[in-house]
Design a protein around this ligand. Structure first.
Ligand SMILES: [Ca+2]
Length: 307
């Protein structure tokens, strides 16, 4: 059983200013897991202690945002943003959100009724249109006369610090896609392994229940040497991998236009599984999903990494 603090830390990425959360807030987040909910619109309000300064303070979940050029628009760069009230009385608080063009943000403002000490948070999507030049752009969060600037570093995928993960932000092709847009295939290479973003754009759910196999392939851009693939499947307290995750799959690599099976996973009940194999030079990695755990059988993948 994870602690509430751990669950929140995973759910919100950062927030040094995050104050104690209510159990109701955490329950809501868990209950939302399997149900579609537009991430750009969902807003969370959490209580805390007011400093009584009378001001509203913009908050960002990270010091900077890295936004790759040319990725699938279904999987834009994301940042947690928020607004904290240190007012003496409850009030409606509004924060303006602006980003240097041609970048676009998923919301122009964040507004909420906030009791003293409370904080409102939301996920902001920052899109990089085709043709955007590499460079640093500014995201500005403004409230109560104070502005928080967050640099947005726009870089080509080849320029990303991928930590050795060759799959990060590469093109993904899936055998099917759920009718709900919150399960895009590109989400399996967005760098976010956490199941907390499930149904919020952070994992792929295929469209063919109880029909197998399902496939999802990642083009690596160039011929790369690969000897390890890690797969993260849906795994939360409420929706554990042992009932909702992927059970059986093959790991394949493409060599000379032909798919070769380099590893097989059978009977998995964990949230993540690592496959090691003899190094092979390949230009694409594919997961062939053969079965999942539980009755409502879909393929649910949060992230795939290749090294
Ligand atoms: Ca992901």
């Amino acid at each position: 059983m994870r602690t509430l603090a751990a669950a929140l830390a995973a759910a919100v990425t950062v927030t040094s200013t995050l104050t104690a959360a209510t159990s109701a807030g955490a329950t809501t987040a868990a209950a939302r897991d399997p149900e579609p909910s537009p991430p750009a619109l969902s807003v969370k309000v959490e209580p805390g202690r007011s400093k009584g300064t009378g001001s509203f303070t913009p908050i960002a979940g990270a010091d900077k945002l890295v936004a790759p050029i040319g990725v699938d628009p279904a999987c834009p760069a994301t940042l947690q943003i928020g607004l904290r009230s240190d007012a003496k009385k409850a009030a409606y608080a509004t924060m303006q959100v602006a980003v240097d063009p041609p970048l676009t943000a998923s919301r122009p403002m964040l507004t909420s009724y906030l009791p003293p000490g409370y904080e409102v948070r939301a996920k902001l999507l920052v899109a990089v249109p085709p043709g955007t030049e590499q460079g640093t752009y500014d995201l500005r969060l403004s409230a109560s006369g104070s502005t928080l600037k967050v640099p947005v570093e726009v870089v080509p995928v080849d320029g990303l610090d991928n930590g050795g993960n060759l799959a990060l932000r590469r093109p993904v092709t899936a055998s099917s896609q759920h009718t709900n847009a919150n399960y895009p295939p590109c989400s399996i290479v967005d760098g976010d392994r956490s199941s907390n973003g499930w149904a919020g754009g952070n994992g792929w759910n295929d469209a063919t229940a109880r029909a197998w196999p399902d496939t999802v392939a990642i083009a690596l851009g160039n011929a790369r040497q690969v000897s390890r693939v890690d797969l993260y499947t849906l795994d939360t307290e409420r929706y554990p991998a042992s009932r909702h995750g992927l059970r059986d799959w093959d790991v394949q690599v493409q060599v000379g236009g032909q798919w070769q099976t380099v590893a097989q996973v059978r009977g998995n009940t964990a949230g993540t599984a690592r496959s090691d194999f003899a190094p092979v030079t390949t230009d694409a990695v594919r997961i062939v999903a053969l079965a999942s755990n539980g009755a409502n059988d879909y393929t649910r993948i949060i992230e795939v990494e290749a090294r």
